[in-house]
Write a protein that binds this ligand. Structure first.
Ligand code: MG
Length: 348
């Protein structure tokens, strides 16, 4: 028996009846020979980690723009925290941890430079609109490996594209918003659990808020420290889901904890994300993307030279959006500087 087959056998014996088995995946758009060692979702996880888009996450903003301090989160550390929380939940529920991890590591691959400000700008200026979950799917389907894509399984792709609806529900109730697997729902909840906690921690580190600004009700229900709050939320998802899963096949949280997490999220929007100090820099950073977009869409030959291609692979707007969305913060800064700012003459 191959190692992959014995791992798939182990899944059948030990997983929850509601878990997505690797052996019953709906498969890949392009058929491939199965790996001898790894079941399909484990293979997808590895492909994501080896992708270029994954490496670029380390220089993309989470909340604080290109932070100099070593301890602020970036998109990469956010992704790792989501993955860690999601795996704890999935393992506790005996769901498919490989599938959960693959979705978590891939969920933000399409994120723009400069955080949500970058996303908003591209959404406003691109005729087709822009959203990071759809762009994450585009990265894994079309952009990686010089246009060949990663050819991931249906379940990982579905989890990536459905992972977020901005300020939407943590656990969506409407079927059109639900991922096709429970592992996808786990990542969506873990994304919110990760960011409300680490953004709060970073905002305190940055001096934007103080520990005692956190609403009393949030500290009382969720805990007084970063660790306690994550623990409360993760346990709530685990125990509430375990006690209801047989009647309702969905991830669940208690009403009390969900309401308090939403309250904490509102607090973050008001005091951090939309605050003068955080938002002000984003407005400046947005101008960089707008000027680059206008320059590239207005001069196709120049754009093609810049990206080192002979022809466009899609409409000019799409190609420029892909290029801009793929940039790290520092790449966008440097490119802008090279294109729009005069260089001091250095010959003496
Ligand atoms: Mg995320």
């Amino acid at each position: 028996m191959l190692i992959r087959e014995s791992l798939e056998e182990m899944e059948r014996k030990t997983f929850s009846p509601h878990a997505q088995l690797s052996s019953t995946t709906k498969g890949r758009a392009k058929g491939e020979r199965e790996c001898d060692l790894r079941p399909p979702f484990q293979r997808d996880r590895d492909r994501i980690i080896h992708s270029k888009a994954f490496r670029r996450l380390k220089h993309k903003t989470q909340v604080f723009l290109s932070p100099t301090g070593d301890h602020y989160r970036t998109r990469l550390t956010h992704t790792l925290e989501v993955s860690q929380i999601a795996r704890t939940i999935s393992r506790g529920l005996r769901f498919n941890e490989d599938l959960t991890e693959a979705i978590a590591l891939g969920h933000d691959l399409g994120h723009t430079p400069f955080g949500h400000a970058g996303e908003e700008v591209l959404n406003q200026i691109s005729p087709d609109g822009f959203s990071h979950p759809e762009q994450s799917l585009r990265v894994v389907d079309r952009l990686e490996r010089d246009g060949r894509g990663l050819n991931l399984t249906y379940e990982v792709r579905d989890g990536i594209v459905e992972h977020s609806k901005g300020k939407g529900e943590i656990i969506p109730q409407h079927p059109s918003e639900k991922t096709s697997t429970l592992e996808g729902q786990v990542v969506r909840a873990a994304d919110v659990i990760a960011y409300v906690n680490h953004d709060l921690d970073d905002a305190i580190r940055a001096g934007v808020i103080r520990e005692d600004d956190i609403p009393d009700e949030c500290s009382r229900t969720l805990g007084k420290t970063h660790g306690e709050r994550i623990d409360t939320m993760v346990k709530d998802v685990l125990y509430t889901t375990l006690s209801t899963l047989d009647q309702r096949i969905s991830l669940s949280m208690s009403h009390r904890v969900i309401e308090t997490v939403l309250k904490l999220r509102d607090f973050l929007y008001e005091r951090v994300y939309d605050s003068e100090v955080v938002h002000g820099d984003f407005v400046k950073a947005s101008k960089i993307l707008i000027e680059l977009y206008e320059k590239f869409t207005g001069d196709v030959d120049f754009f093609l030279r810049e990206i080192g291609r002979d022809e466009l692979y899609d409409t000019i707007d799409k190609c420029v959006c892909d290029y801009l969305a793929g940039m790290t913060d520092r790449y966008a800064f440097h490119l802008y500087e090279r294109m729009f700012l005069p260089r001091p003459w250095s010959i003496l």
